[in-house]
Design a protein around this ligand. Structure first.
Ligand code: GRF
Length: 207
């Protein structure tokens, strides 16, 4: 299964994917292979991680394009050049157009640092604190046209402690992200996870 990863920043989730897809648990032959990493900023540290792992990289600076549609059109071309079965958003800080999302229907995953449907959008850790949530976490979901609103695949939950800050929550949520994203990508690559007519299916059972 060829995977293309899109990112804008640090890329710790990319690193978790690189490490886990290469950990030998599938007799050294992972069902998923990261074919390319594409960033919308040339200074994204994730690009360096990709280069270090010998993965092809591409940069499309969104400022170089005349609007969202033109950028997404170019992005689709760059992605499709690698003929991926799966596209993985790993901290890609751009809102994607409906045309883009439709083009990758059922093969576009995102990870979000909250227990969706709570706290869609940005600043999720602070918002969980402000809301007095007893639990927080992260969610992997298929991407649909509704921002952070696509069908859920897997979540990890952490308790919120009274001394927690946005920073401490971010740290503990990241540890969980690095567990559940590779898990979801493996499921997809092995053909166990797919988006059915009425929602995601794992081994044929509704999630
Ligand atoms: C993660 O918190 C993820 O949930 C969000 O963007 C962040 C990316 O972190 N979508 P990293 O670049 O993978 O470290």
């Amino acid at each position: 299964c060829n995977v293309v990863v899109l990112l804008s920043g640090t890329g710790s989730n990319l690193q978790a994917l690189i490490d886990s897809l290469d950990d030998g648990t599938d007799n050294g032959k992972s069902p998923a292979r990261i074919a390319a990493v594409i960033a919308n900023r040339s200074d994204a540290f994730g690009l360096q991680r990709a280069r270090d792992a010998g993965i092809a990289t591409r940069v499309l600076e969104h400022g170089d394009y005349d609007g969202r549609d033109a950028f997404d059109e170019a992005l689709m071309q760059a992605i499709d050049a690698f003929a991926p079965q799966l596209v993985v958003l790993a901290g890609f800080m751009r809102i994607l157009t409906p045309g883009f999302v439709r083009h990758y229907h059922g093969r576009l995953l995102n990870i979000h640092p909250s227990l969706l449907p709570r706290h869609k959008g940005l600043h999720t850790h602070q918002r969980a604190l402000d809301a007095g949530d007893a639990e927080h976490g992260c969610s992997v979901h298929f991407v649909t046209e509704e921002l952070d609103g696509g069908p859920l695949v897997v979540q990890a939950v952490i308790p919120v402690h009274s001394q927690d800050t946005a920073g401490s929550l971010a740290q503990r949520v990241h540890v969980q992200e690095h567990q559940i994203y590779p898990l979801a990508v493996r499921w997809f690559a092995k053909g166990r996870l797919r988006l059915g007519e009425s929602g995601p299916l794992l081994d044929g059972n509704p999630l």
